[in-house]
Design a protein around this ligand. Structure first.
Ligand code: FES
Length: 149
């Protein structure tokens, strides 16, 4: 084995060590970053404006029927309103196999794919095959309208 080959192997070994150290540093930075953590992108989080004034306008509050709800299909959000007037957002993606829920009858949100039903008040399934509730989605009410949070 020549000196050149030994140096070459040492160089490769150092290169591998540097690569591993860089990967570890990248992992640590990524782990402590908010990117890719699933945190919602609010106006405050993305510096697009002051907190509480961002988000997309989804509907007028008056569009959301009491003790029922409406589906905002392109936002994949169900807006519901309880009898006291409180608005909440739920995901419109069925927890069974990911179809979009398609209709609401009274307090029942209906998935057309396999017939799951969810309660507008809680998002919980009232009829399978879905067993998990529709996740809550952050929404904000201001100036008579509902905005994505
Ligand atoms: S995807 Fe909704 S019931 Fe199957």
């Amino acid at each position: 084995m020549s000196t050149t080959q030994v140096l070459s192997r040492r160089s490769v070994g150092r290169g591998a060590l540097v690569t591993v150290a860089a990967a570890a540093a990248g992992f640590i930075v990524a782990r402590n970053s908010s990117v890719g953590t699933g945190r919602s992108l609010t106006a405050q989080a993305n510096a697009a404006g002051p907190a509480g004034t961002g988000g997309r306008r989804l509907a007028a509050v008056s569009d959301v029927p009491p003790a029922s709800g409406i589906i905002i299909a392109d936002a994949q959000i169900v807006l519901t309103r309880d009898p006291s007037g409180t608005i909440q957002g739920l995901s419109a993606v069925c927890t069974h196999q990911g179809c979009a829920v398609s209709s609401i009858e009274g307090t029942t949100i209906i998935c057309p794919c396999h017939g799951s039903h969810f309660d507008t008040r809680t998002g919980r399934p009232t009829h399978g095959p879905a067993t998990a509730p529709l996740p809550k989605v952050s929404v904000a009410v201001r100036d008579g309208a509902v905005f994505s949070g």
